[in-house]
Design a protein around this ligand. Structure first.
Ligand code: URA
Length: 191
């Protein structure tokens, strides 16, 4: 599949009215980056600034994510950054099961088109969704952050690496170094 497939999907997502989040969104946040990315990052859902700008991770958590990407030797343009939900939950509340159910077919299509070799899941929602999608049992972030889950079958060669959500460092500053250490690991996995 190609860049064009991703653009067609983007158009479809931008007019989505499957769940009530379309009533309160300012912009859909489809995600952005390279259609040929070897690495895909998956966060939870757009926050205030993402909803305003229609781009993923452009608020405070995004600033820290940029720092983490540079630790891994990566540029935004060479990865693809997506979220579990494409529209902001009001007041940044947590995603609801029915919203995840309705929205993740778009994420699944993004994965099919981009075919990343590595998916870094940012936070609990992305981690449990992606691990379970590929047949793994999820666990607490404290136990599985920075671990590599390998999917190897006829159709898929993929590593899934659960990561703390970058926003964790904003309300628990002592976690900053733990998170940075995990991103150094990604650099090793990329070699
Ligand atoms: N948090 C997320 O999970 N995703 C974003 O795009 C921004 C903040």
């Amino acid at each position: 599949m190609s860049k064009e497939d991703l653009l067609v999907l983007k158009k479809e997502v931008e007019t989505c009215t499957r769940c009530d989040l379309h009533k309160t969104r300012t912009n859909v946040v489809f995600g952005e980056g390279s259609a040929n990315a070897r690495i895909m990052l998956c966060g939870e859902a757009p926050g205030y600034w993402e909803d305003q700008k229609g781009r993923p991770f452009v608020g405070n958590a995004g600033k820290f994510l940029d720092e983490l990407l540079s630790i891994a030797g990566l540029k935004r343009e060479e990865v693809f950054i997506a979220n579990i939900l494409k529209c902001r939950p009001p007041g940044n509340r947590e995603p609801r099961p029915e919203e995840i159910e309705l929205c993740t077919s778009f994420l699944n299509k993004q994965i099919k088109i981009i075919k990343p070799r590595i998916i870094c899941t940012l936070g609990n929602y992305a981690t449990s969704y992606i691990l379970e999608k590929y047949g793994f049992k999820s666990d607490s972030m404290g136990k599985i952050h920075g671990k590599v889950f390998r999917v190897s079958n006829l159709s898929t060669q993929l590593k899934i690496i659960p990561m703390y959500h970058p926003a964790t460092a904003l309300y628990k500053p002592y976690m900053k170094e733990v998170i940075k250490r995990d991103w150094k690991l990604i650099k090793e996995e990329l070699k």
